[in-house]
Write a protein that binds this ligand. Structure first.
Ligand SMILES: CC(C)(COP(=O)(O)OP(=O)(O)OC[C@H]1O[C@@H](n2cnc3c(N)ncnc32)[C@H](O)[C@@H]1OP(=O)(O)O)[C@@H](O)C(=O)NCCC(=O)NCCS
Length: 186
């Protein structure tokens, strides 16, 4: 895969349940469906930083953001799409500050009805591939709620290791939980 693969192309992945997953970069026209998606997935688990309807970016702002990152080599945002519906949004971002430019961060979500079908793994592979193609990136970090066992398993499967924790980082309706910090050293 060339470094510019996602600038012009999309990738198709055949999932174990028979569905065809398309993975591609978003374009401004995806903004409305993305905001809709993010407000739904926020309510489908207690594991994201926002709940149902709490993703407060307007469609216009989201479209602007998509445009702003489309030519940014430090950021790859990917959509997972099945039958024209967004089923996953994920992103890897590395810093443009020289002293910490070798560190990248990952975030990922999958629509609940598709959990366990391999979408998280397929998208994660692409994000890690992007990091590996950028020789400058040496470390990928993420934070995950301690009780989010599926996500912990996904990350461990790709070689992430636990490096620390923020105690009681999450407060979901009065229930506190730690954030586990994980790194993947490339
Ligand atoms: C975490 C998440 C992204 C995983 O996506 P997914 O598409 O379900 O992941 P996959 O189907 O590729 O499964 C990846 C691994 O997770 C583990 N896993 C998946 N579902 C699981 C379940 N129900 N129970 C235990 N482990 C599970 C397995 O180890 C699996 O690997 P394997 O199938 O090779 O054994 C998805 O559950 C999600 O979006 N959750 C809500 C938002 C969220 O938690 N995001 C992460 C915030 S840090």
């Amino acid at each position: 895969m060339s470094a510019n693969f996602y600038h012009n192309n999309s990738k198709q992945v055949h999932l174990k349940n028979g569905s065809n997953l398309v993975i591609r970069r978003p374009v401004a026209e995806d903004a409305e469906k993305m905001v809709e998606y993010l407000n739904i997935v926020g309510g489908e688990s207690d594991n994201l930083l926002f709940g149902k309807g709490e993703f407060r970016l307007s469609v216009e702002k989201e479209a602007e953001y998509i445009k702003s990152i489309s030519s940014d080599n430090n950021i790859l945002m990917l959509l997972g799409i099945i039958d024209n519906n967004i089923v996953s949004v994920a992103q890897i971002t590395s810093s443009n500050r020289k002293r910490i430019a070798h560190n990248a961060e990952i975030s990922i979500s999958v629509k609940k009805e598709y959990w366990g079908t391999g979408i998280g793994s397929a998208v994660m592979s692409e994000l890690i591939e992007f990091a590996k193609e950028h020789d400058i990136i040496k470390n990928i970090s993420l934070g995950v709620k301690a009780s989010n066992l599926s996500a912990l398993k996904l990350y461990e499967k790709f070689g992430f290791i636990k490096v620390g924790a923020h105690k009681n980082f999450f407060n979901v309706n009065g229930v506190f939980d730690d954030e586990i910090l994980m790194d993947l050293y490339l």
